[in-house]
Design a protein around this ligand. Structure first.
Ligand code: ADP
Ligand code: MG
Length: 717
């Protein structure tokens, strides 16, 4: 007997093991046993041939009708085997020197599994030299062993067919001695879950569908549980880190700011504010995700936390995903703070600080000044893009890092910023893309989550329509003219910049369709056509930062009526006077992107109108997505729709590495109950046994997960 960590090469031989490692990443017995079947074929149930696609690797169950061999050269025999699914026929061709054993074995009436690549030969689908396994062969799957059985079909590749995997799994299952079960007994028993060994046997060699269900229930639990234990340990470790308590002081910036606020905080803003205040005052770093709809007032909440930190002698860094957004934050923080941000300036308050801006494209002088303000501590707040992460940026006493629009920042970048403080600073991550609770618990499981659920009072509703017909399009441009005549402003958003050259803010999916409409084409078309006479400008990622900033400034100031832009305006741009948005080729944008974009309007006292222009059919999948966006402004609802439509891997893709490959059976939306239950159970276990000293098998499983994560991380770096 061997352990689950035995190398496949020693169990199966190099010839079989090498391609498994190369093609499927399977190295050990354990890896192979966790390579679960994609589906199951029922014995005696032939696979329908009508869905065979040329070029695809298939595994088929079929019945032999006839076979026929002939010599086509002195040293080459061709054997044609015709098989059927009961209705259609398929020819399998075997070449060999002296007649293929298929001629003997694949006699008429035999049933077998065939695996191979579908090719087109003289206009007909065929498999050339497929692998096969007789269903009732002594060496293969015996009738007794598999009476009424379900046959696993594995994710396979050209070099490693499902049949090969099945054979190897069978071989490995015979020799592996399963290590102790990572799931603690109490947890398993309370939920009537199988032990690990029978679960793995049943998922690979089920007797019936019930076996598969029970096996999956158990193995899914493993995935959820091991991940949650890892996260629980991380949270515990974070709580043990030394941090600097930051408490606002009486008569300080926070108090003065609250007194000067022109509006009342919403109940949600007050509640979250109190939570932040409490956590900042603790002697370990806060690590919190703040989510809330676009316009729900996250920035004010974050600013209040920054002020508390400054009051206590520290500094705050605000990390933004784009230059436009960094500049906008810089400007709006200065505006919100007024004299409180003008320390050392004429008209500055007695109690005051400064807000510095650091971006990659600043001129040397501005950069030097900002660096000096950050390093000396004169600037209580330093706003910036990735440039903040670079070497040479120093802080006097960095106490809080605020990351805006988290989805664009990786864990590594967050860590780089954290490394700039003597003791780990508090971290607040803000996102306007609401994340379903279970996803938050999995993907951002090491953050605590706060949510702003209400919009500030007096916010105007946004109406959204899908616009497809000529007439409706004309009407849309007319609406813009009306709004502008009433003193309002409009956005026209395009998926591409246009011209040739790299499209850094393009969202093109690279499909074979006409190219999406582009800013540089649409702007002149509108200026010479339906929007003639209006003050129209463009904004996109290829413009110089100064030019971008200038356009944004003039748009904010009302000197531009219509801004034709790419998604550079997606996040954070705050111009309350803008009331209309037209998204061109709206189907090219993702759901959450459209929701973000739409959040740019209806920010003031006037109702917003969002028009999604598209050529797609209303009932196509993209048409349905647009209908969903039009039907609700509830970001949580939309993120659910989004998640349901996208492949799970895409959702996890950009986030914590390792998480993705460790989740094979678990589905974030469907398995909400399992995730919640596993999380509670994990917290219980980790609280009682932080080092998992009394749970060695679990400790090993956690270590494997963390190692896999690290390996993937290093691979990426
Ligand atoms: P978010 O960052 O969540 O998208 P912001 O913090 O930028 O939202 O707030 C959007 C707008 O609403 C800003 O102009 C802000 O000054 C304003 N605002 C924030 N909180 C309130 C409130 N409680 N009452 C009225 N207006 C508010
Ligand atoms: Mg914001």
């Amino acid at each position: 007997m061997v352990g689950v960590d035995a190398r496949l090469s020693s169990l199966l031989g190099d010839k079989t093991a090498k391609p498994m490692e190369a093609m499927l990443g399977l190295r050990t017995a354990g890896d192979l046993l966790r390579h679960y079947p994609r589906r199951y074929a029922k014995r005696g149930e032939l696979t329908a041939f009508n869905e065979l696609e040329v070029g695809e690797h298939v595994t088929l169950m079929a019945k032999v009708e006839k076979n026929d061999s002939r010599k086509i050269r002195t040293d080459l025999v061709k054997t044609d085997v015709v098989v059927t699914d009961g209705q259609r026929r398929l020819t399998l061709t075997f070449f060999s020197k002296r007649g293929h054993k298929a001629q003997r074995e694949l006699a008429a009436g035999r049933e077998a599994f065939f695996a191979g690549k579908v090719e087109l030969f003289k206009g007909k689908a065929q498999l050339t030299n497929p692998e096969y396994e007789l269903v009732d062969d002594e060496q293969g799957i015996t009738i007794d062993e598999f009476a009424g059985a379900l046959i696993p079909i594995y994710p396979a590749t050209a070099k490693v067919s499902s049949l090969v995997i099945q054979r190897c799994v069978r071989q490995v299952l015979q020799v592996v001695d399963f290590a102790a079960d990572p799931l603690p007994l109490e947890i398993r028993e309370a939920r009537h879950l199988l032990r690990l060994e029978p679960a793995l046997r049943k998922i690979h060699e089920p007797a019936d569908w019930g076996d598969i269900t029970r096996a999956k229930d158990r193995l899914k639990w493993d995935e959820a549980f091991v991940l949650q234990v890892t996260l629980a340990q991380r949270r515990l470790a974070a709580r043990a880190l030394p941090g600097v308590p930051r408490v606002a002081k009486p008569g300080g910036l926070l108090e003065l700011f609250d007194r000067s606020l022109p509006f009342e905080l919403t109940a949600g803003q007050r509640d979250v504010g109190e939570v932040l205040e409490r956590e900042l005052a603790q002697s370990h770093p806060m690590y919190r995700l703040l989510q809330g709809e676009v316009g729900s007032g996250k920035t004010v909440v974050a600013l209040r936390a920054m002020l508390a930190v400054i009051d206590s002698g520290g500094q705050a860094a605000l990390l933004a995903p784009t230059e436009v957004l960094a500049q906008q934050h810089h400007r709006s923080l200065r505006e919100l703070l007024g004299p409180l941000a003008q320390a050392g300036e004429l008209g500055g308050g007695d109690v005051a600080t400064r807000v510095a801006l650091l971006t990659g494209s600043q001129n040397a002088g501005a950069r030097r000044a900002a660096l000096a303000e950050a390093a000396s501590g004169v600037a209580g707040i330093v706003v910036g893009t990735h440039a903040l992460l670079s070497e040479g940026v120093e802080f006097h006493d960095l106490g809080l890092v605020v990351v805006d629009e988290q989805h664009r920042f990786g864990v590594e970048q967050r860590d780089a910023l954290r490394a700039k403080a003597a003791k780990p600073p508090h971290v607040l991550v803000m996102t306007a893309t609401p994340i379903p609770r279970t996803v938050a618990m999995t993907v951002y499981g090491d953050l605590e989550v706060s949510t702003l659920t209400e919009l500030p009072a007096g916010r105007s509703p946004i109406e959204t329509h899908v616009v497809g017909t000529e007439k409706a399009i004309e009407r849309a441009w007319q609406r813009i003219r009306e709004e502008v005549a009433a003193g309002r402003q409009a956005f026209v958003v395009c998926p591409r910049i246009g011209d040739s050259g790299p499209d850094e803010d393009s969202t093109d999916a690279g499909e074979e369709r006409r190219p999406a409409v582009a800013v540089l084409d649409v702007a002149p078309m509108l200026a010479d056509g339906p929007l003639r006479g209006l003050r129209l400008e463009v904004l996109h990622g290829r413009m110089q930062p100064d030019a971008k900033d200038d356009v944004m400034r003039r748009f904010s100031g009302g000197a531009i009526d219509v801004l034709v832009a790419t998604t550079v305006i997606e996040v954070g741009v705050d111009v309350p006077n803008a009331t209309v948005m037209v998204a061109m080729d709206a189907d090219r944008f993702g759901i959450s992107q459209l929701h973000q974009l739409r959040g740019r309007i209806g920010r003031g006292m006037h109702a917003g109108l969002c028009l999604l222009m598209t050529e797609v059919e209303p009932f196509s999948p993209s048409g349905q997505r647009l209908q969903a966006v039009a039907a609700t402004t509830d970001g949580f609802e939309l993120s659910r729709v989004d998640l349901e439509q996208r492949r799970e891997g895409d959702v996890l893709g950009a986030t914590q590495s390792g998480t993705r490959s460790s989740l094979k059976l678990l589905r974030l939306l469907r398995d909400e109950d399992v995730i919640r239950d596993a999380r509670d159970a994990a917290v219980g276990v980790v609280d009682g046994d932080p080092e998992l000293a009394r749970h060695p098998a679990l400790a090993q499983a956690v270590k494997d997960l963390v190692d896999a994560e690290r390996a993937e991380y290093l691979e990426k770096a």
